[in-house]
Write a protein that binds this ligand. Structure first.
Ligand code: ADP
Ligand code: GN1
Ligand code: MG
Length: 369
């Protein structure tokens, strides 16, 4: 049963030394966790984030926390070494009064708390090429600061997260089960999705054949997972570290593009407003590649635009699959929300297909040595 606000406040108080907090306020536009902003009521005015980890999505919350504490520890060292401010440029997980990183509520859900980055904003839709370019720098720096972190030592917090062929098998199952009788109404979209099944194996095959390297990647690089400094407009901090795992650069580059290089929100109902933006694509690629191109092979560079198509396809089948399953994974505000999201993804994908040559030329030019 859902917790009352008093119960949420009591959980938050466990992360405040004096045990005094103002009433937590829901905030942020994520699809997975429940996020609250908490203010200490001890005269310090300090704010921090309280978050319920979605255990339907993350079956082993302690493994998630172990990854995050290790990765942020490493990032802090690298940020300090380059003269940055670790308190602003990465998250700091807080311990509760018993010295633990998580508290468990009466439903068995895990809650954690971490530093709030003041004077920053995150965007649920991209309307500035400069800001998008900044987020490219941020995710590029994130990758390069983790280049000496042992990828194999990380827990796989969601098994086969970007294994697109596996996502297709799950999608086929959802279509077959048709748990809510919704499949008939969306036959057109199901057929479109299935027509991409063969393409869906491209990156996984390249990885298996050793043509692309595994790196420590973020795996969920949408624009609202980067905090932008309100005053300077520069990216400050990469957040939402739950899916930091071994992965391909193509996943990180690709997911950022599918979300940010769209002229409309991920859940825009009017498809005539949804277009793939080449200028935004270029802006992100400039930011990202200026940080990481030197460390990449030609094949890895070419995999980046492929990642954009792959992540758009993957999210398309995930949203549509969740719609067919009865909206059990992503948070939704109304019954067709996942369907609306799926339609924007397939619209974007078809426009990316049309721009394929330009997308490829762009990353090749930007990384030419
Ligand atoms: P989800 O997995 O649900 O996406 P996030 O960790 O991304 O959860 O948090 C949801 C939103 O809350 C973010 O998109 C951002 O807007 C806001 N947010 C999260 N952490 C912070 C923070 N430390 N400082 C400022 N805003 C934050
Ligand atoms: C979820 O957690 P959030 O809202 O940043 C999802 C991503 C999807 C994205 C689609 C753990 O991201 O994989 O691409 O929604 N995160 C998880 O908007 O499944
Ligand atoms: Mg998020």
């Amino acid at each position: 049963m859902k917790l009352t606000m008093d119960e949420v406040r009591a959980l938050a108080a466990q992360f405040a030394p004096e045990g005094k907090v103002e009433c937590p306020r829901p905030f942020g536009g994520g699809h997975i966790n429940d996020t609250y902003l908490v203010c200490r009521n001890d005269g310090s005015g300090l704010q921090y984030v309280l978050q319920r980890i979605n255990k339907n999505v993350f079956p082993d919350p302690m493994a998630v926390m172990e990854n995050i504490t290790r990765v942020t520890h490493h990032l802090r060292k690298r940020i300090r070494a380059r003269g940055g401010d670790p308190e602003r440029e990465t998250l700091r997980m807080l311990k509760n009064n018993q010295g633990e990183y998580c508290v468990i509520d009466r439903n068995g859900d895990y809650w954690r708390s971490y530093s709030y980055v003041a004077d920053s904003v995150s965007y649920d839709q991209c309307d500035s090429a400069e800001i998008f370019c900044e987020s490219g720098h941020a995710f590029g720096r994130f990758l390069s600061m983790l280049d000496d972190f042992d990828a194999a030592s990380l827990h796989e917090t969601i098994a086969r997260f970007h294994d697109t062929p596996k996502r297709f098998r799950d999608f086929r199952e959802a279509v077959q089960r048709d748990a809510c009788g919704r499949a008939e109404g969306v036959r057109d979209l199901i057929e479109t999705a299935l027509s991409y099944e063969q393409f869906g194996a491209t990156l996984v095959n390249a990885l298996q054949e050793g043509r692309l390297p595994l790196r420590v990647t973020h795996n969920d690089t949408k624009l609202n997972n980067v905090l932008i400094d309100e005053k300077t407009g520069h990216a400050v901090c990469v957040i939402d570290l739950d899916t930091v795992m071994p992965g391909l650069c193509a996943y990180d580059f690709g997911d950022a593009i599918r979300f940010g290089a769209s002229t409309a929100a991920e859940d825009e109902k009017d498809l005539s407003k949804v277009h793939f933006s080449m200028p935004f694509y270029r802006a992100y690629a400039e930011g990202y590649l200026s940080e990481v191109a030197d460390a990449m092979s030609a094949e890895e560079i070419d995999s980046l635009p492929m990642g954009a198509r792959m992540m758009t396809l993957e999210n398309g089948i995930r949203f549509l699959g969740d719609y067919l399953n009865g909206d059990v994974y992503f948070k939704t505000d109304y019954p067709e929300h996942n369907l609306v999201r799926a339609r924007t993804q397939f619209k974007l994908l078809s426009e990316m297909d049309e721009h394929w040559d330009e997308m490829l030329d762009c990353v090749r030019q930007l990384s030419a040595k």
